[in-house]
Design a protein around this ligand. Structure first.
Ligand SMILES: O=C(O)CCC(=O)C(=O)O
Ligand SMILES: [Fe+2]
Length: 187
């Protein structure tokens, strides 16, 4: 996780350790999702459309497909083919804000199927609780002004914890901190 963050910092033209200051006593957590076999997969979703909100999500599965990514240009859902022994890396909301929209977190969902059960293990890196999340100063210029208001990660996290993912229309999301934009319904 730390090495990935170093590479991402370098890709933005920042020193490799630029994000370290936001990670003191920070929290990584893991979650295991179980998607049972479903006799009517066309009627249900394993996990509805959403964006991840922390820094990075690392995802491994039992190599049963199901993860779909929403292509921004036309809104089409694209199914990710599982690659054995690989890890899927999802850039999440905090990275979108830190990079001032250079990176964008992708809308994704999980579909189920009638043949195979599916497991996924998700490891999430979050900033330290007290961190105020805002675009990295070096990436903000007169030509590229800050696109987000700052927010405290801990408050954001707690607010999402108490909302149910199935009711994300009301849950807080990073676009709520986008400057010059009205609050839009989720995704
Ligand atoms: O199971 C998957 O492939 C993705 C799960 C997911 O998006 C999540 O837990 O946030
Ligand atoms: Fe996700």
């Amino acid at each position: 996780m730390c090495q990935l963050l170093e590479l991402i910092a370098l890709s933005l033209g920042l020193p490799a350790d630029r994000f370290n200051r936001y990670l003191e006593n920070h929290m990584n957590y893991a979650r295991i999702n179980y998607f049972p076999i479903c006799p009517t997969p066309e009627l249900v979703l394993g996990k509805g459309a959403h964006k991840d909100h922390a820094i990075l999500t690392l995802l491994t599965t039992n190599e049963v497909s199901g993860l779909e990514l929403k292509r921004k240009s036309d809104g089409e859902w694209l199914r990710l083919r599982p690659i054995p022994d690989s890890v899927v890396v999802i850039m999440a909301g905090v990275l979108q804000v830190w990079s001032n929209d250079e990176y964008e977190c992708i809308v994704h969902r999980v579909v189920v199927n009638s043949e195979n059960e599916r497991f996924s293990m998700v490891t999430v890196a979050s900033p330290s609780y007290h961190v105020m999340v805002k675009p990295i100063e070096e990436l903000v210029t007169e030509e590229n002004p800050s696109k987000f208001k700052e927010y405290k990660w801990g408050d954001f996290f707690m607010s999402r914890r108490v909302s149910n993912l199935d009711k994300t229309k009301t849950a807080i999301q990073i676009t709520d901190f986008k400057l010059g934009e009205e609050r839009k319904p989720h995704v």
